[in-house]
Every structure is written in structure tokens, then in C-alpha cells.
Design a binder for this molecule. Structure first.
Ligand code: SF4
Ligand code: SF4
Length: 89
């Protein structure tokens, strides 16, 4: 979802594990997440970052800790090379 080179982190969403509960949308203190119009394999509408709001993600991990399906998470940039194959959206 987000690749923030300046702050050196990525925000990942594992699309097909998402249940579309919207918890992450409501937990995000900067309000940058919204439910989009894309359906996943669970027939859930999945969240996305609002257009042009990527730079406002603080990597606070509230979305990560609140997600009941463990499918949205922050990863430091240096760990990215070791996690090939993980879904990046
Ligand atoms: S890490 Fe924090 S600021 Fe970034 S999307 Fe998740 S809740 Fe919002
Ligand atoms: S909290 Fe998790 S399961 Fe719920 S909409 Fe967000 S990413 Fe999907």
C-alpha cells in the first residue's frame, strides 16, 4: 500500500486475508485509510490508502495491532529483502 523511502518503512496489506471489517479505517489516527471498491477472495471490500495521503502514515501500527485477521502490517525497509513473496499492494 505504501512505500515510504524517506521514513524507511512499508505498509503491507495481505489482500485476500482481509475480512473487510473496517477496524483499521477507524483506528488510523491520521484517517488515511478508506474502504475501496475492490473485492477480494473472501468477497470483502478491502481498505486502501486515500489518494495522495501516503506520506501521512506514521507507521504507528494501530491498524496492525487492531486487525483481527493479521493482514495489514508495517515492515521496516531493511527487512523487505528477506520477505520475498509477501503480498505488497
Ligand atoms: S500505521 Fe498508523 S498511520 Fe499508518 S495506516 Fe496504520 S494506523 Fe494509519
Ligand atoms: S482491520 Fe484487517 S480485516 Fe479489517 S478491514 Fe482492515 S485490513 Fe481488513
Amino acid at each position: 500500500m505504501i512505500e515510504n523511502k524517506e521514513k524507511k518503512f512499508f505498509l503491507y496489506l495481505n489482500k485476500n486475508r482481509c475480512g473487510g471489517c473496517e477496524i483499521c479505517v477507524h483506528l488510523c489516527p491520521t484517517g488515511i485509510l478508506e474502504i475501496g471498491d475492490e473485492l477480494n477472495m473472501r468477497i470483502s471490500y478491502i481498505p486502501r490508502v486515500k489518494e495522495g495521503k501516503e506520506q501521512y502514515c506514521m507507521a504507528c501500527r494501530r491498524c496492525e495491532y487492531g486487525c483481527p485477521d493479521w493482514c495489514i502490517y508495517i515492515m521496516p525497509e531493511e527487512e523487505d529483502e528477506n520477505s520475498a513473496g509477501k503480498a505488497k499492494t
